[in-house]
Ligand binder design. Structure first.
Ligand code: HEM
Ligand SMILES: *[C@@H]1O[C@H](CO)[C@@H](O)[C@H](O)[C@H]1NC(C)=O
Ligand SMILES: *[C@@H]1O[C@H](CO)[C@@H](O)[C@H](O)[C@H]1NC(C)=O
Ligand SMILES: *[C@@H]1O[C@H](CO)[C@@H](O)[C@H](O)[C@H]1NC(C)=O
Ligand SMILES: *[C@@H]1O[C@H](CO)[C@@H](O)[C@H](O)[C@H]1NC(C)=O
Length: 472
Protein backbone atom coordinates (compact mmCIF):
# COMPACT_ATOMS: atom_id res chain seq x y z
CA UNK A 1 0.00 0.00 0.00
CA UNK A 2 1.06 3.62 -0.59
CA UNK A 3 1.64 5.86 2.39
CA UNK A 4 -1.08 8.52 2.90
CA UNK A 5 1.26 11.31 1.86
CA UNK A 6 1.29 9.91 -1.66
CA UNK A 7 -2.50 9.93 -1.77
CA UNK A 8 -2.48 13.52 -0.61
CA UNK A 9 0.03 14.49 -3.28
CA UNK A 10 -1.95 12.67 -5.97
CA UNK A 11 -5.19 14.36 -4.91
CA UNK A 12 -3.49 17.76 -4.80
CA UNK A 13 -2.00 17.12 -8.23
CA UNK A 14 -5.37 16.19 -9.68
CA UNK A 15 -6.92 19.24 -8.04
CA UNK A 16 -4.20 21.46 -9.45
CA UNK A 17 -4.43 19.98 -12.96
CA UNK A 18 -8.18 20.35 -12.83
CA UNK A 19 -7.82 23.98 -11.81
CA UNK A 20 -5.15 24.53 -14.44
CA UNK A 21 -7.45 23.01 -17.05
CA UNK A 22 -10.34 25.25 -16.14
CA UNK A 23 -7.96 28.23 -16.06
CA UNK A 24 -6.82 27.44 -19.58
CA UNK A 25 -10.36 26.60 -20.76
CA UNK A 26 -12.78 28.98 -19.07
CA UNK A 27 -16.43 28.07 -19.04
CA UNK A 28 -18.59 29.62 -21.73
CA UNK A 29 -22.04 28.97 -23.22
CA UNK A 30 -20.73 29.32 -26.72
CA UNK A 31 -17.45 29.80 -28.52
CA UNK A 32 -14.87 31.97 -26.80
CA UNK A 33 -12.58 33.97 -29.05
CA UNK A 34 -9.24 32.19 -29.59
CA UNK A 35 -6.20 33.05 -27.49
CA UNK A 36 -4.19 31.87 -24.52
CA UNK A 37 -4.90 32.45 -20.83
CA UNK A 38 -1.16 32.22 -20.03
CA UNK A 39 0.04 31.27 -16.56
CA UNK A 40 -2.33 30.80 -13.65
CA UNK A 41 -2.99 34.18 -11.95
CA UNK A 42 -0.22 35.99 -13.84
CA UNK A 43 -1.93 35.23 -17.13
CA UNK A 44 -0.10 37.05 -19.91
CA UNK A 45 0.53 40.17 -17.82
CA UNK A 46 4.31 39.98 -18.20
CA UNK A 47 4.28 40.15 -21.99
CA UNK A 48 1.55 42.79 -21.91
CA UNK A 49 3.65 45.09 -19.71
CA UNK A 50 6.99 44.26 -21.41
CA UNK A 51 8.65 47.57 -22.34
CA UNK A 52 9.09 48.29 -26.03
CA UNK A 53 10.53 51.22 -27.92
CA UNK A 54 8.45 51.11 -31.08
CA UNK A 55 5.78 53.51 -32.29
CA UNK A 56 3.87 50.61 -33.83
CA UNK A 57 1.03 48.49 -32.49
CA UNK A 58 2.26 47.00 -29.17
CA UNK A 59 4.02 43.68 -29.99
CA UNK A 60 1.75 41.90 -27.49
CA UNK A 61 -1.33 42.87 -29.50
CA UNK A 62 0.27 42.63 -32.92
CA UNK A 63 1.53 39.05 -32.42
CA UNK A 64 -1.87 37.90 -31.24
CA UNK A 65 -3.76 39.67 -34.02
CA UNK A 66 -1.62 37.73 -36.47
CA UNK A 67 -2.15 34.45 -34.64
CA UNK A 68 -5.81 34.71 -33.61
CA UNK A 69 -7.45 37.55 -35.54
CA UNK A 70 -9.00 40.86 -34.53
CA UNK A 71 -10.64 39.61 -31.32
CA UNK A 72 -8.83 37.35 -28.88
CA UNK A 73 -8.89 36.25 -25.25
CA UNK A 74 -6.13 36.60 -22.70
CA UNK A 75 -5.69 37.12 -18.99
CA UNK A 76 -4.28 40.31 -17.45
CA UNK A 77 -3.69 41.12 -13.76
CA UNK A 78 -5.75 38.12 -12.68
CA UNK A 79 -8.73 38.77 -14.92
CA UNK A 80 -10.03 37.09 -18.08
CA UNK A 81 -9.98 39.72 -20.81
CA UNK A 82 -11.23 39.93 -24.41
CA UNK A 83 -9.02 42.23 -26.45
CA UNK A 84 -10.78 44.05 -29.28
CA UNK A 85 -9.04 45.47 -32.32
CA UNK A 86 -12.26 45.15 -34.32
CA UNK A 87 -13.95 48.44 -35.29
CA UNK A 88 -17.46 46.97 -34.94
CA UNK A 89 -16.83 45.50 -31.51
CA UNK A 90 -15.22 48.76 -30.37
CA UNK A 91 -18.30 50.61 -31.57
CA UNK A 92 -20.60 48.18 -29.74
CA UNK A 93 -18.62 48.54 -26.53
CA UNK A 94 -18.81 52.35 -26.64
CA UNK A 95 -22.49 52.47 -27.64
CA UNK A 96 -23.62 49.92 -25.04
CA UNK A 97 -22.06 51.67 -22.06
CA UNK A 98 -24.18 50.95 -18.99
CA UNK A 99 -26.21 48.32 -20.87
CA UNK A 100 -24.01 45.46 -22.06
CA UNK A 101 -20.73 46.97 -20.89
CA UNK A 102 -19.65 49.14 -18.03
CA UNK A 103 -16.54 51.14 -17.30
CA UNK A 104 -14.11 49.00 -15.36
CA UNK A 105 -10.44 49.22 -14.48
CA UNK A 106 -8.17 46.61 -12.86
CA UNK A 107 -8.29 46.50 -9.05
CA UNK A 108 -4.80 47.95 -8.74
CA UNK A 109 -6.03 51.03 -10.60
CA UNK A 110 -9.03 51.39 -8.33
CA UNK A 111 -6.77 51.07 -5.31
CA UNK A 112 -4.48 53.74 -6.67
CA UNK A 113 -7.07 56.20 -7.90
CA UNK A 114 -9.48 55.80 -5.03
CA UNK A 115 -12.57 53.70 -5.00
CA UNK A 116 -14.86 56.58 -5.66
CA UNK A 117 -13.28 58.09 -8.72
CA UNK A 118 -15.20 59.01 -11.87
CA UNK A 119 -14.12 55.88 -13.65
CA UNK A 120 -15.74 53.53 -11.18
CA UNK A 121 -18.93 55.45 -10.58
CA UNK A 122 -22.07 54.76 -12.48
CA UNK A 123 -25.52 56.02 -13.11
CA UNK A 124 -26.81 59.04 -11.33
CA UNK A 125 -23.70 59.96 -9.38
CA UNK A 126 -21.65 59.72 -12.49
CA UNK A 127 -23.80 62.11 -14.53
CA UNK A 128 -23.80 64.53 -11.67
CA UNK A 129 -20.03 64.59 -11.32
CA UNK A 130 -19.58 64.84 -15.03
CA UNK A 131 -21.73 67.96 -15.11
CA UNK A 132 -19.59 69.48 -12.42
CA UNK A 133 -16.46 68.75 -14.43
CA UNK A 134 -18.00 70.09 -17.62
CA UNK A 135 -18.78 73.36 -15.88
CA UNK A 136 -15.07 73.86 -15.44
CA UNK A 137 -13.79 72.48 -18.72
CA UNK A 138 -16.70 73.20 -21.07
CA UNK A 139 -16.50 75.71 -23.95
CA UNK A 140 -17.85 78.64 -21.92
CA UNK A 141 -15.15 78.27 -19.26
CA UNK A 142 -12.49 77.66 -21.87
CA UNK A 143 -13.32 80.93 -23.65
CA UNK A 144 -12.65 82.76 -20.42
CA UNK A 145 -9.53 80.72 -19.79
CA UNK A 146 -7.90 81.36 -23.17
CA UNK A 147 -5.93 84.43 -22.14
CA UNK A 148 -4.66 82.74 -18.99
CA UNK A 149 -3.47 79.72 -20.97
CA UNK A 150 -1.63 82.03 -23.34
CA UNK A 151 -0.01 83.99 -20.53
CA UNK A 152 1.18 80.77 -18.89
CA UNK A 153 2.65 79.49 -22.16
CA UNK A 154 4.22 82.83 -22.92
CA UNK A 155 5.78 83.18 -19.47
CA UNK A 156 7.09 79.62 -19.46
CA UNK A 157 8.64 79.94 -22.91
CA UNK A 158 10.31 83.22 -21.95
CA UNK A 159 11.88 81.46 -18.98
CA UNK A 160 12.98 78.43 -20.96
CA UNK A 161 14.66 80.54 -23.61
CA UNK A 162 16.81 82.08 -20.90
CA UNK A 163 17.63 78.80 -19.21
CA UNK A 164 19.65 77.31 -22.04
CA UNK A 165 18.59 73.67 -22.06
CA UNK A 166 15.16 72.57 -20.85
CA UNK A 167 13.41 69.20 -20.62
CA UNK A 168 10.14 69.78 -22.47
CA UNK A 169 8.44 66.84 -20.77
CA UNK A 170 9.20 68.11 -17.30
CA UNK A 171 8.65 71.77 -18.15
CA UNK A 172 5.29 71.37 -19.90
CA UNK A 173 4.11 69.10 -17.09
CA UNK A 174 4.92 71.84 -14.59
CA UNK A 175 3.27 74.50 -16.73
CA UNK A 176 0.07 72.50 -17.19
CA UNK A 177 -0.11 71.23 -13.64
CA UNK A 178 0.28 74.71 -12.19
CA UNK A 179 -2.41 76.11 -14.46
CA UNK A 180 -4.87 73.25 -13.89
CA UNK A 181 -4.34 73.27 -10.13
CA UNK A 182 -4.90 77.00 -10.14
CA UNK A 183 -8.17 76.64 -12.07
CA UNK A 184 -9.45 73.70 -10.05
CA UNK A 185 -8.46 74.57 -6.51
CA UNK A 186 -6.68 77.95 -6.75
CA UNK A 187 -3.46 76.23 -5.77
CA UNK A 188 -0.48 78.51 -6.19
CA UNK A 189 2.73 76.58 -6.76
CA UNK A 190 4.87 79.66 -6.11
CA UNK A 191 3.52 80.55 -2.70
CA UNK A 192 2.38 77.19 -1.36
CA UNK A 193 4.56 75.57 1.27
CA UNK A 194 3.85 72.09 -0.06
CA UNK A 195 4.79 70.78 -3.46
CA UNK A 196 1.65 69.09 -4.67
CA UNK A 197 3.12 68.14 -8.02
CA UNK A 198 5.98 66.23 -6.42
CA UNK A 199 3.53 63.78 -4.85
CA UNK A 200 2.00 63.27 -8.28
CA UNK A 201 5.39 62.54 -9.82
CA UNK A 202 6.04 59.82 -7.21
CA UNK A 203 2.57 58.56 -7.90
CA UNK A 204 3.00 58.30 -11.66
CA UNK A 205 6.34 56.52 -11.52
CA UNK A 206 4.70 53.53 -9.88
CA UNK A 207 1.39 53.70 -11.65
CA UNK A 208 1.88 50.78 -13.97
CA UNK A 209 3.90 48.43 -11.82
CA UNK A 210 3.50 45.11 -10.12
CA UNK A 211 1.11 45.61 -7.19
CA UNK A 212 3.47 44.65 -4.38
CA UNK A 213 3.08 47.02 -1.45
CA UNK A 214 6.37 46.73 0.46
CA UNK A 215 8.92 49.52 1.07
CA UNK A 216 11.22 50.03 -1.90
CA UNK A 217 8.83 48.98 -4.64
CA UNK A 218 7.51 51.43 -7.23
CA UNK A 219 3.97 50.47 -6.22
CA UNK A 220 4.68 51.38 -2.61
CA UNK A 221 6.02 54.80 -3.65
CA UNK A 222 2.98 55.26 -5.81
CA UNK A 223 0.55 54.65 -2.96
CA UNK A 224 2.65 56.91 -0.74
CA UNK A 225 2.54 59.67 -3.37
CA UNK A 226 -1.21 59.36 -3.54
CA UNK A 227 -1.57 59.51 0.23
CA UNK A 228 0.56 62.63 0.37
CA UNK A 229 -1.36 64.34 -2.42
CA UNK A 230 -4.68 63.45 -0.80
CA UNK A 231 -3.47 64.92 2.47
CA UNK A 232 -2.61 68.22 0.79
CA UNK A 233 -5.92 68.31 -1.08
CA UNK A 234 -7.81 67.61 2.11
CA UNK A 235 -6.03 70.38 3.93
CA UNK A 236 -6.67 72.86 1.13
CA UNK A 237 -10.37 71.99 1.15
CA UNK A 238 -10.43 72.46 4.92
CA UNK A 239 -8.75 75.86 4.61
CA UNK A 240 -11.30 76.91 2.05
CA UNK A 241 -14.14 75.85 4.30
CA UNK A 242 -12.78 78.06 7.05
CA UNK A 243 -12.12 80.98 4.73
CA UNK A 244 -14.66 80.95 1.87
CA UNK A 245 -14.00 83.36 -0.96
CA UNK A 246 -16.39 85.61 -2.80
CA UNK A 247 -14.65 86.41 -6.07
CA UNK A 248 -13.57 83.79 -8.60
CA UNK A 249 -15.30 80.42 -8.47
CA UNK A 250 -13.27 77.21 -8.61
CA UNK A 251 -14.00 73.53 -8.14
CA UNK A 252 -13.64 73.69 -4.36
CA UNK A 253 -16.33 76.36 -4.24
CA UNK A 254 -18.75 74.14 -6.16
CA UNK A 255 -17.93 71.26 -3.87
CA UNK A 256 -18.42 73.22 -0.66
CA UNK A 257 -21.66 74.68 -1.89
CA UNK A 258 -22.87 71.19 -2.84
CA UNK A 259 -21.80 69.66 0.46
CA UNK A 260 -23.94 72.16 2.33
CA UNK A 261 -27.12 71.19 0.52
CA UNK A 262 -29.32 68.77 2.38
CA UNK A 263 -30.28 66.53 -0.52
CA UNK A 264 -26.75 66.19 -1.85
CA UNK A 265 -25.25 62.85 -2.83
CA UNK A 266 -21.74 64.26 -2.80
CA UNK A 267 -19.37 63.40 0.03
CA UNK A 268 -16.03 64.94 0.84
CA UNK A 269 -14.35 61.63 0.00
CA UNK A 270 -15.84 61.52 -3.48
CA UNK A 271 -14.95 65.15 -4.12
CA UNK A 272 -11.32 64.62 -3.10
CA UNK A 273 -10.95 61.45 -5.17
CA UNK A 274 -12.36 63.28 -8.16
CA UNK A 275 -9.97 66.17 -7.61
CA UNK A 276 -7.08 63.77 -7.60
CA UNK A 277 -8.16 62.06 -10.83
CA UNK A 278 -8.68 65.36 -12.61
CA UNK A 279 -5.28 66.72 -11.66
CA UNK A 280 -3.64 63.51 -12.75
CA UNK A 281 -5.60 63.12 -15.99
CA UNK A 282 -4.92 66.67 -17.04
CA UNK A 283 -1.22 67.22 -16.73
CA UNK A 284 0.37 63.91 -17.59
CA UNK A 285 -1.56 63.26 -20.80
CA UNK A 286 -1.31 66.78 -22.19
CA UNK A 287 2.39 67.16 -21.41
CA UNK A 288 3.15 63.87 -23.18
CA UNK A 289 1.24 65.08 -26.24
CA UNK A 290 3.02 68.43 -26.26
CA UNK A 291 6.43 66.80 -25.89
CA UNK A 292 5.73 64.52 -28.80
CA UNK A 293 4.40 67.44 -30.88
CA UNK A 294 7.59 69.44 -30.21
CA UNK A 295 9.69 66.48 -31.31
CA UNK A 296 7.64 65.71 -34.42
CA UNK A 297 7.54 69.35 -35.53
CA UNK A 298 11.32 69.54 -35.31
CA UNK A 299 11.67 66.34 -37.33
CA UNK A 300 9.21 67.51 -40.02
CA UNK A 301 10.27 70.98 -41.24
CA UNK A 302 7.50 71.17 -43.82
CA UNK A 303 4.86 70.72 -41.15
CA UNK A 304 6.59 73.33 -38.98
CA UNK A 305 6.70 75.70 -41.93
CA UNK A 306 2.97 75.43 -42.51
CA UNK A 307 2.30 75.80 -38.79
CA UNK A 308 4.33 79.02 -38.76
CA UNK A 309 2.44 80.36 -41.77
CA UNK A 310 -0.89 79.72 -40.05
CA UNK A 311 0.15 81.34 -36.77
CA UNK A 312 2.13 84.23 -38.23
CA UNK A 313 -0.98 85.08 -40.26
CA UNK A 314 -3.08 85.24 -37.08
CA UNK A 315 -0.67 87.73 -35.53
CA UNK A 316 -0.34 89.73 -38.76
CA UNK A 317 -4.11 90.09 -39.01
CA UNK A 318 -4.29 91.37 -35.48
CA UNK A 319 -1.54 93.92 -36.02
CA UNK A 320 -0.24 93.70 -32.46
CA UNK A 321 1.57 90.61 -31.20
CA UNK A 322 0.90 91.30 -27.54
CA UNK A 323 -2.88 91.74 -27.28
CA UNK A 324 -3.49 88.03 -26.94
CA UNK A 325 -5.47 85.40 -28.83
CA UNK A 326 -9.23 85.65 -29.26
CA UNK A 327 -11.62 82.71 -29.42
CA UNK A 328 -12.07 83.43 -33.14
CA UNK A 329 -8.29 83.21 -33.62
CA UNK A 330 -8.30 79.91 -31.78
CA UNK A 331 -11.11 78.50 -33.87
CA UNK A 332 -9.31 79.50 -37.08
CA UNK A 333 -6.26 77.28 -36.40
CA UNK A 334 -7.28 74.73 -38.99
CA UNK A 335 -3.92 73.16 -39.73
CA UNK A 336 -3.00 73.14 -36.03
CA UNK A 337 -6.01 70.95 -35.25
CA UNK A 338 -4.82 68.55 -37.92
CA UNK A 339 -1.37 68.52 -36.30
CA UNK A 340 -2.97 67.86 -32.91
CA UNK A 341 -5.10 64.98 -34.24
CA UNK A 342 -2.10 63.48 -35.95
CA UNK A 343 0.04 63.82 -32.82
CA UNK A 344 -2.43 62.13 -30.49
CA UNK A 345 -3.11 59.44 -33.10
CA UNK A 346 0.58 58.50 -33.07
CA UNK A 347 1.05 59.12 -29.34
CA UNK A 348 -1.48 56.46 -28.31
CA UNK A 349 -1.25 57.72 -24.76
CA UNK A 350 -4.07 55.42 -23.68
CA UNK A 351 -3.07 51.93 -24.85
CA UNK A 352 -6.25 50.23 -23.63
CA UNK A 353 -9.77 51.24 -22.63
CA UNK A 354 -11.31 48.75 -20.19
CA UNK A 355 -14.91 47.67 -19.72
CA UNK A 356 -16.70 44.91 -17.84
CA UNK A 357 -19.25 42.76 -19.68
CA UNK A 358 -22.55 43.01 -17.80
CA UNK A 359 -24.46 40.40 -19.81
CA UNK A 360 -23.33 37.57 -22.03
CA UNK A 361 -22.70 39.13 -25.43
CA UNK A 362 -22.57 37.51 -28.85
CA UNK A 363 -20.30 38.97 -31.47
CA UNK A 364 -19.51 37.58 -34.94
CA UNK A 365 -19.99 33.99 -33.80
CA UNK A 366 -18.09 34.40 -30.54
CA UNK A 367 -19.52 34.62 -27.05
CA UNK A 368 -18.17 37.03 -24.43
CA UNK A 369 -19.27 35.70 -21.03
CA UNK A 370 -20.77 38.06 -18.44
CA UNK A 371 -18.18 39.30 -15.97
CA UNK A 372 -15.28 39.22 -18.41
CA UNK A 373 -13.30 42.36 -19.08
CA UNK A 374 -13.07 43.82 -22.57
CA UNK A 375 -10.09 45.92 -23.59
CA UNK A 376 -10.60 48.18 -26.59
CA UNK A 377 -7.18 48.77 -28.12
CA UNK A 378 -6.92 52.24 -29.73
CA UNK A 379 -3.37 51.79 -31.15
CA UNK A 380 -4.55 48.87 -33.30
CA UNK A 381 -7.12 51.18 -34.90
CA UNK A 382 -4.86 54.23 -35.16
CA UNK A 383 -2.08 52.25 -36.83
CA UNK A 384 -4.22 50.17 -39.17
CA UNK A 385 -2.88 50.72 -42.72
CA UNK A 386 -6.37 50.24 -44.23
CA UNK A 387 -7.62 53.20 -42.17
CA UNK A 388 -4.51 55.38 -42.19
CA UNK A 389 -2.27 54.98 -45.20
CA UNK A 390 1.37 54.62 -44.19
CA UNK A 391 0.24 54.68 -40.54
CA UNK A 392 3.59 55.32 -38.82
CA UNK A 393 4.23 58.41 -40.90
CA UNK A 394 3.51 61.79 -39.27
CA UNK A 395 1.29 63.39 -41.89
CA UNK A 396 -1.13 66.07 -40.61
CA UNK A 397 -2.42 66.63 -44.17
CA UNK A 398 -4.15 63.27 -44.04
CA UNK A 399 -6.81 64.96 -41.86
CA UNK A 400 -7.67 67.50 -44.54
CA UNK A 401 -11.36 67.37 -45.43
CA UNK A 402 -11.75 64.25 -43.35
CA UNK A 403 -15.31 62.98 -43.07
CA UNK A 404 -15.92 63.53 -39.38
CA UNK A 405 -18.76 61.03 -39.06
CA UNK A 406 -16.61 58.18 -40.32
CA UNK A 407 -13.56 59.52 -38.53
CA UNK A 408 -14.91 58.95 -35.06
CA UNK A 409 -14.91 55.18 -35.56
CA UNK A 410 -11.29 55.29 -36.60
CA UNK A 411 -10.15 57.77 -33.99
CA UNK A 412 -10.44 56.95 -30.30
CA UNK A 413 -7.52 58.73 -28.64
CA UNK A 414 -10.10 60.35 -26.34
CA UNK A 415 -12.32 57.28 -26.05
CA UNK A 416 -15.85 57.14 -27.42
CA UNK A 417 -19.54 57.02 -26.58
CA UNK A 418 -20.81 58.23 -23.25
CA UNK A 419 -17.45 58.08 -21.57
CA UNK A 420 -15.72 60.28 -24.09
CA UNK A 421 -12.93 62.26 -22.44
CA UNK A 422 -14.32 65.39 -20.78
CA UNK A 423 -10.90 67.03 -21.06
CA UNK A 424 -10.69 66.89 -24.88
CA UNK A 425 -11.44 70.57 -25.47
CA UNK A 426 -9.22 71.64 -22.60
CA UNK A 427 -6.36 69.59 -24.05
CA UNK A 428 -6.86 71.09 -27.50
CA UNK A 429 -6.86 74.63 -26.13
CA UNK A 430 -3.67 73.99 -24.16
CA UNK A 431 -1.91 72.38 -27.09
CA UNK A 432 -2.98 74.88 -29.76
CA UNK A 433 -2.15 77.91 -27.63
CA UNK A 434 1.20 76.55 -26.53
CA UNK A 435 2.14 75.68 -30.11
CA UNK A 436 1.04 79.16 -31.20
CA UNK A 437 3.45 80.80 -28.76
CA UNK A 438 6.20 78.32 -29.55
CA UNK A 439 6.24 78.51 -33.34
CA UNK A 440 5.67 82.25 -33.66
CA UNK A 441 8.44 83.36 -31.31
CA UNK A 442 10.96 80.55 -30.98
CA UNK A 443 13.13 77.96 -32.68
CA UNK A 444 14.51 74.92 -30.94
CA UNK A 445 17.13 72.18 -31.22
CA UNK A 446 17.10 68.76 -29.55
CA UNK A 447 20.02 68.24 -27.17
CA UNK A 448 19.31 64.86 -25.63
CA UNK A 449 16.55 62.33 -24.93
CA UNK A 450 13.39 62.26 -26.98
CA UNK A 451 13.38 58.47 -27.28
CA UNK A 452 10.10 56.83 -26.35
CA UNK A 453 9.28 53.77 -24.29
CA UNK A 454 5.93 52.01 -24.05
CA UNK A 455 5.05 49.93 -21.02
CA UNK A 456 2.57 49.94 -22.85
CA UNK A 457 1.67 53.55 -21.92
CA UNK A 458 3.79 56.24 -23.60
CA UNK A 459 6.86 57.49 -21.71
CA UNK A 460 9.92 59.59 -22.41
CA UNK A 461 12.40 57.77 -20.13
CA UNK A 462 15.14 60.39 -20.70
CA UNK A 463 12.82 63.34 -21.15
CA UNK A 464 13.26 65.52 -24.21
CA UNK A 465 15.89 68.18 -23.68
CA UNK A 466 15.92 71.07 -26.13
CA UNK A 467 17.66 74.38 -26.48
CA UNK A 468 15.18 77.09 -27.24
CA UNK A 469 15.97 80.53 -28.57
CA UNK A 470 14.15 83.45 -30.15
CA UNK A 471 13.42 83.31 -33.84
CA UNK A 472 15.05 86.09 -35.78
C1 HEM B 1 -4.01 64.16 -24.61
C2 HEM B 1 -4.78 64.25 -23.58
C3 HEM B 1 -5.82 63.25 -23.15
C4 HEM B 1 -6.08 61.98 -23.61
C5 HEM B 1 -5.33 61.21 -24.70
C6 HEM B 1 -7.21 61.48 -22.85
C7 HEM B 1 -7.78 60.23 -23.05
C8 HEM B 1 -8.94 59.79 -22.43
C9 HEM B 1 -9.65 58.57 -22.75
C10 HEM B 1 -9.23 57.55 -23.80
C11 HEM B 1 -10.74 58.50 -21.95
C12 HEM B 1 -11.81 57.40 -21.93
C13 HEM B 1 -11.57 56.41 -20.84
C14 HEM B 1 -12.63 55.33 -20.84
O1 HEM B 1 -13.48 55.30 -21.73
O2 HEM B 1 -12.59 54.49 -19.94
C15 HEM B 1 -10.71 59.67 -21.09
C16 HEM B 1 -11.63 59.94 -20.10
C17 HEM B 1 -11.52 61.00 -19.21
N1 HEM B 1 -10.63 62.06 -19.29
FE1 HEM B 1 -9.18 62.28 -20.66
N2 HEM B 1 -7.60 62.43 -21.93
C18 HEM B 1 -6.80 63.53 -22.09
C19 HEM B 1 -6.86 64.72 -21.38
C20 HEM B 1 -7.69 64.94 -20.31
C21 HEM B 1 -7.74 66.16 -19.52
C22 HEM B 1 -6.91 67.41 -19.78
C23 HEM B 1 -8.65 65.95 -18.52
C24 HEM B 1 -9.05 66.86 -17.39
C25 HEM B 1 -9.64 67.93 -17.47
C26 HEM B 1 -9.22 64.63 -18.72
C27 HEM B 1 -10.19 64.08 -17.92
C28 HEM B 1 -10.85 62.90 -18.21
C29 HEM B 1 -11.94 62.37 -17.40
C30 HEM B 1 -12.51 62.98 -16.13
C31 HEM B 1 -12.36 61.18 -18.03
C32 HEM B 1 -13.48 60.24 -17.58
C33 HEM B 1 -14.71 60.57 -18.37
C34 HEM B 1 -15.79 59.55 -18.16
O3 HEM B 1 -15.56 58.47 -17.59
O4 HEM B 1 -16.90 59.88 -18.59
N3 HEM B 1 -8.62 64.05 -19.80
N4 HEM B 1 -9.61 60.45 -21.41
C1 LIG C 1 10.01 45.29 -29.12
O1 LIG C 1 9.23 44.51 -30.00
C2 LIG C 1 9.92 43.98 -31.13
C3 LIG C 1 8.93 43.25 -31.99
O2 LIG C 1 8.22 42.30 -31.27
C4 LIG C 1 11.07 43.08 -30.63
O3 LIG C 1 11.80 42.63 -31.73
C5 LIG C 1 11.97 43.88 -29.67
O4 LIG C 1 12.95 43.04 -29.15
C6 LIG C 1 11.12 44.47 -28.54
N1 LIG C 1 11.95 45.12 -27.53
C7 LIG C 1 12.36 46.41 -27.46
C8 LIG C 1 13.16 46.80 -26.29
O5 LIG C 1 12.11 47.24 -28.30
C1 LIG D 1 10.07 82.34 -14.57
O1 LIG D 1 11.25 82.53 -13.79
C2 LIG D 1 11.07 83.44 -12.73
C3 LIG D 1 12.42 83.64 -12.07
O2 LIG D 1 13.12 82.46 -11.93
C4 LIG D 1 10.02 82.89 -11.75
O3 LIG D 1 9.80 83.79 -10.70
C5 LIG D 1 8.73 82.67 -12.52
O4 LIG D 1 7.77 82.09 -11.66
C6 LIG D 1 8.96 81.77 -13.71
N1 LIG D 1 7.72 81.66 -14.45
C7 LIG D 1 7.30 80.51 -14.97
C8 LIG D 1 6.00 80.56 -15.66
O5 LIG D 1 7.91 79.47 -14.88
C1 LIG E 1 4.52 87.57 -23.54
O1 LIG E 1 5.65 87.84 -22.73
C2 LIG E 1 6.36 88.99 -23.09
C3 LIG E 1 7.63 89.09 -22.24
O2 LIG E 1 7.59 88.30 -21.13
C4 LIG E 1 5.46 90.21 -22.91
O3 LIG E 1 6.13 91.38 -23.31
C5 LIG E 1 4.21 90.03 -23.76
O4 LIG E 1 3.30 91.09 -23.51
C6 LIG E 1 3.52 88.71 -23.44
N1 LIG E 1 2.42 88.51 -24.37
C7 LIG E 1 1.23 88.01 -24.01
C8 LIG E 1 0.23 87.87 -25.09
O5 LIG E 1 0.98 87.66 -22.87
C1 LIG F 1 -9.83 65.41 -35.51
O1 LIG F 1 -10.50 64.20 -35.21
C2 LIG F 1 -11.85 64.32 -34.81
C3 LIG F 1 -12.37 62.95 -34.45
O2 LIG F 1 -12.33 62.08 -35.50
C4 LIG F 1 -12.66 64.93 -35.96
O3 LIG F 1 -14.00 65.12 -35.57
C5 LIG F 1 -12.03 66.28 -36.33
O4 LIG F 1 -12.71 66.81 -37.44
C6 LIG F 1 -10.56 66.11 -36.66
N1 LIG F 1 -9.97 67.41 -36.89
C7 LIG F 1 -9.39 67.75 -38.04
C8 LIG F 1 -8.87 69.13 -38.14
O5 LIG F 1 -9.30 66.96 -38.97
Amino acid sequence: MFPPVVYTIVILMIGFLNWLYSWRNPRCNGVLPPGSMGWPLLGESLSFFAPNTSFGIPPFVKDRMQRYGAVFKTSLVGRPVIVSTDADLNYLVFQQEGKLFQSWYPDTFTEIFGRQNVGSLHGFMYKYLKNMVLKLFGPESLKKMLLEVEQAANASLTNWSMEGVVDVKEATAKMIFDLTAKKLISYDAETSSENLRESFVAFIQGLISFPLDIPGTAYHKCLKGRKQAMRVLKRLLQERRERPRKVEVDFFDYVLEELQREDTVLTEGIALDLMFVLLFASFETTSLSLTLATKLLYEHPLVLKQMREEHDAIIRQRGNADTGLTWTDYKSMKFTFQVINETVRLANIVPGIFRKTLRETKFKGYTIPAGWAVMVCPPAVHLDPTKYKDPLHFNPWRWEGVDTTGASKNFMAFGGGMRFCVGTDFTKVQMAVFLHCLVTKYKWNPIKGGNILRTPGLQFPNGFHIQISERE
